[in-house]
Design a protein around this ligand. Sequence first.
Ligand SMILES: Nc1ncnc2c1ncn2[C@@H]1O[C@H](COP(=O)(O)OP(=O)(O)OP(=O)(O)O)[C@@H](O)[C@H]1O
Ligand SMILES: [Zn+2]
Length: 730
Amino acid sequence: MSQPPPRSQSRRIRCVVFNAALGPLDYKVPAHLDVVPGQVVVCPLGPRQILGVVWEEERLPSADVPEHKLRPILGVVPVPPLGAPLRRLIEWCADYYMAPLSAVARMALSSTAALQGGSTVTEYRLSGREPGRLTPQRAQAMDLLIDQQATIRELAEIAEVSDGVLRGMVNAGLLEPVTVDADRPYPAADPRHAVPELTPTQAQVAGRLVEAVAARRFVTFLLDGVTGSGKTETYAEAIAAALEQGRQVLVLLPEIALTQSFLARFEARFGVEPVTWHSSLKSSERRRAWRAVAQGRAQVVVGARSALFLPFAALGLIVVDEAHEVSFKQDDGVRYNARDVAVMRGHFESIPVVLASATPALESLHMAASGRYERLVLPSRFGGAGLPDIRILDLREQAPERGHWLAPPLVEGLRERLAKGEQSLLFLNRRGYAPLTLCRTCGYRFQCPNCSAWLVEHRLSQRLACHHCGHEVPTPRACPECGEPDCLVACGPGVERIADEVATILPEARVALVTSDTLTSAAKAAEFVAQAENKAIDVIVGTQLVTKGYHFPDLTLVGVVDADMGLEGGDLRAAERTYQQVAQVAGRAGRGEKPGEVLIQTRHPDAPVIAALASGDRDAFYAAETEARREAHAPPFGRWAAIIVSSEDEAEARDAARAIGGTAPRLDDVMILGPAPAPLSLLRGRYRYRLLVNARRSSEVQKVIRQWLEPFRFPQGVRVAVDIDPYSFV
Ligand SMILES: Nc1ncnc2c1ncn2[C@@H]1O[C@H](COP(=O)(O)OP(=O)(O)OP(=O)(O)O)[C@@H](O)[C@H]1O
Ligand SMILES: [Zn+2]
């Protein structure tokens, strides 16, 4: 037998192209190019060009295109190919979260600048030249651009002016160009820079983590340690071990605001700051980080959930800190849960994953109990500090003064701390001054025109704002309905109102308001931490932003203004979330030498979650909550999925939802609820209907939903979004 002729098909490739409406496309490779799976290539598409990633043909079935119809790819982008473990992760996410493969692959190529070559970037900064007379816009730019350096487009955003204004300033010599080397290396972290002496328990836990890093094997650890037990110091040993092996590390944090204090601690331990990754990086920083990650030069990356899809060259460890945080769940685009995806990435990369928390998610504890995660416990605080004393304040018995929100014992506590020079923290998870504004004369209530939600008064910025869509109006003096002046009343408290109350009760106290409205940048977050550490603040009033991560040794009193707030609304995780938030914020008290005290204001002292907080019996709470979930067939025992049907036209949304409901599959292991108007029935101008799918653990819920929705073709304006394992039930 003769050898078969060389197959020309070997020069044929299948690509995932960056257009969510298109499936994989086939191309041929011109003789002068070489490609392997994972490579980023430039593909022709009609008259245009589009980026694509070369994929294993056998993993992506697609209609066969005859050889002669194939067009050649136009080029190969000079970045390392996406590794096989990352490609498997992308496939898994697309399948599990029911998202287009290209939409997930795109998250891995999250820096356009990194792909476009060009190793220098031109940025601009103020030249220091004396301006003559300025237009108001130029004057504004001169003000807002102090100490800034970025591209024209980025500066335009910072300065809130058009690109054109800034170009004019370049021509006038007010802004000067700076050439930035986009690939300059990051300084090397030193795993032995400042090694703390661990306590015996910490050392034991760290030893287990280090062992797993050395073994290069997939294992998920649940690092379950009380607040202040030194979880960070402990997993830092595992980071050091990975660095010593020349492997990279990814640390995921739930919020950028937390990154600031983490950076400082990391630098103290490893001598340099880690590489950061989040949505507010400048494009040159993104490019630099992305390429350093892909080339293995970025040793440790600290980032928000999107960092999970970075193309690490040699990943050796993933840490998810505050792993219980709900902000790890993405609620638009590809609706993934970063905690779960981190575990999957660890699986595909064959590396350990550490989920660290003082209040683990019930799902994570369940995985540990069933032996799929390895639970490591740090049962006590570092340095002999005790856990704080927790007291319940029954607001029905100890009512605050009229028009006030802080009950007398809490006021007394604040006063005492101030006298002793200690710090206090008041927690209320509501931004702004008041959640509802109404007219005393005619009863008019301010509502968002785009959402079924009240407008929240922000007194600092003198605006009424919608917390769902961002709609804002200046706070009027008169009622827009009846025209009566000075008749508007604020109902209920937000943090701004609590800060006002503190200022009234303790006029000499230095009060810091900490919310996403005030900590708007990394610099502001750093400033807050410095002030708190230097004791330039007596009372911190904040939202969930201050509940975790911070370590202020002189903070000895924590007041929870309204523990009942999170329990309203009937969310499946309401009790768990309340427990976590209150336990976390309580964990900020008494971390130094002085003991801490926590006062929890509630109208439902008998609610199981409040009682559990008071008695400190976490296990009992989780056990009861687990049983409730089992009964409700809720996670981790059953699975939920939400199908949200929306349109700007209410009837269109309703009809589409009814049509879907009308063909709901009847299966033993899947129950379908709805359609019904979603709790937020209008959001950003779209009417929303919801169907909930509750399925047994074992059912293939994605497959059921896929087959169910497959036949539908709706009008252009209708959107059908599927949320697997939803966290938000609005
Ligand atoms: N072995 C150690 N040597 C020196 N300092 C330590 C050690 N362990 C912990 N600490 C210090 O104790 C404090 C609390 O530790 P850390 O913040 O790591 O705790 P945590 O468990 O992450 O807390 P939380 O969950 O409340 O954020 C920190 O200031 C930390 O530097
Ligand atoms: Zn709105």
